[in-house]
Design a protein around this ligand. Sequence first.
Ligand SMILES: [Zn+2]
Length: 354
Amino acid sequence: MRQQSLARLEALIATPSPSGFEQPVAKLYREYVGEFADKVTTDVLGNVSAVINPQAPFRMMYAGHMDEIGFIVHYIDEEGFLFFNTIGGTDVATEIGQRVWVHGAERIAGVIGRKAIQTFKLSDSSQTPSLKDLWIDIGATSREDAEKVVKIGSPVTLNAGFTMLLGDRAMARAFDNKAGLFIGMEIVRRLKEDGGLHPDVGVYVLGTVQEEIGSRGAQTAAFNLAPHAALAVDMGVAMDYPLAKPEDQGQLDLGKGPGISQGPSTNPVVFDLLRAAADRRGIPYQLQAYGDKSPTDARLMQTNRGGAATGLLSVPLRYMHTPSEVLSIADVEATIDLVCAFCREVRPDTDFTP
Ligand SMILES: [Zn+2]
């Protein structure tokens, strides 16, 4: 991957964006796509849309959600400890002892505290703690001290940045779904620089908000746009680590390309087009099957208004919703290639009727 592009991904990771607090990442996204898109707009929920061919009669929507999981401060006690609840679904066991950033009047460092192991009863060590057993310590000595920099409602993110592992594997918090947003940024650049899009096909690359709490941004964005076709790019749970059982939910390996979803959540014509586009260009992919409604933005786009022909690509990700998610950079590149190829295949008269 180009060094410049990798730096963009790192910048997205470095910028906090818990659901409802996506504004700093939205600003970065707008700045980057503003160089290439024909038009960039932001709606009242905060969704950012970068459009190529805005006059085209056929509208295709890409959704890469901008938000990440996080926490929000809901109480500050007399000693200056912060109590919090979650934004999106987190595994409490992975949060204990983590360093965090509290985004108050300024960015404050903190740590998620729990009682010490030396004070455990036997039952404590066999139980996963719940959120109410945890607090955030910012070093404040009183409520008054804490309130100088933090308020009720301040969002919190994990202090866990981008690091390369061996080979092309990378580790960071919130690859879910800053990688999907980054893929959107690269698509806008590549479709503009390299061309190949049918002039009557408009591509709307959305950085959506609030996916982690129910795809609320995709819902309003899809309603406003009324796309004919749609594609969500999100992270998929990898099944290639110790004790993983592909028998439970199918195989998905790092380094073998994005998963292309099949099932009631996706349109069969979109699936066929994605697969044919990948085969023709030698882009690696994996097949995934899912029998329920999608837990991603695809769900809301598919059933928006009179419906949109919707596809879903999943970038394999290990340790999802933990401080250290792991993916393969080659999978990110393959996904960019595949979405660009798909967009170039679509014609204004493509019949997506199953
Ligand atoms: Zn996601």
